[in-house]
Design a protein around this ligand. Structure first.
Ligand code: PXP
Length: 238
């Protein structure tokens, strides 16, 4: 079964736009869980542009499924993760000024520091996934630094507009998944997934979890959060 982890960052983005208390991503997380979501994802950015420390503290205490904390592999975030103990940390690159995460981590360039971070988190029982570039050397490096899983960056596939480009990008996802599996890495996927591209992504062998934010919250504006979650679950569960 492929698990759906709902990313509620965009609920916090809306809240921050007015600097008040609503809508509350913690309430959103509860509604998603009640609708059947298997987990909740938040990205605590170093600039705190959407999710706040208070959100992750409360989510860690209140959600009944599992929290996936997306974070940069920096000491400040490691300290927070060790305190709140999410089910999974997904290590992502963070560039100031980017609208959203734009690429996987360059694991090769940061091999030494990533190995240290992964070891620290895993020693406290936290599963570690690395948001990964799709090339062979990067995936092998993710294994080298001790990650449990990689998250396949589905953005290029989702954004491909011609059938030819879609097929090429999808093949890259399949090849990356096959390599990850052969190395003993678990496989997650995320970025730009929606009701149209999810059916094909869900055919990737051994896929364990997808994390979906923007399209789901956008759909929820029109049909409500519960229905938006259930629509994607229906795709994942056939
Ligand atoms: N996975 C990672 C690593 C991300 O950074 C994001 C965006 O925060 C997502 C998945 C979710 O992407 P989207 O909001 O496009 O569904």
């Amino acid at each position: 079964m492929i698990e759906l982890s709902v990313n509620v960052d965009k609920v916090a983005t809306l809240r921050q736009s007015r600097g008040g208390v609503e809508p509350d991503p913690v309430v959103a997380a509860m509604i998603c869980e009640q609708a059947g979501a298997d987990g909740i994802t938040v990205h605590l950015r170093q600039d705190r542009r959407h999710i706040q420390d208070r959100d992750v503290e409360l989510l860690a205490k209140t959600i009944k499924t599992g929290l996936n904390l997306e974070m940069a592999a920096v000491d400040e975030m490691v300290e927070i993760a060790l305190r709140i103990r999410p089910r999974q940390c997904t290590l992502v690159p963070e560039r100031r000024g980017e609208l959203t995460t734009e690429d996987g981590v360059d694991v090769i360039a940061e091999e030494e520091s990533l190995a240290r971070v992964v070891k620290t988190l895993r020693s406290q029982g936290i599963r570690v996934s690395i948001f990964s570039r799709l090339d062979e050397a990067q995936i092998k490096a993710a294994r080298e630094v001790g990650a449990d899983r990689i998250e396949l960056f589905t953005g290029p596939y989702a954004k491909a507009s011609t059938e030819e480009d879609q097929d090429r990008e999808f093949q890259r996802l399949l090849d990356a998944a096959r390599l990850a599996r052969s190395l003993g890495l678990g496989i997650n996927a995320g970025h730009d997934l929606d009701a149209r591209n999810l059916p094909r992504v869900a055919t990737i062998p051994n896929l364990r979890e997808v994390s979906i934010g923007h399209s789901l919250i956008s759909r929820a504006v029109f049909v409500g959060l519960e229905r938006a979650v259930q629509e994607l679950l229906a795709i994942l569960r056939g």
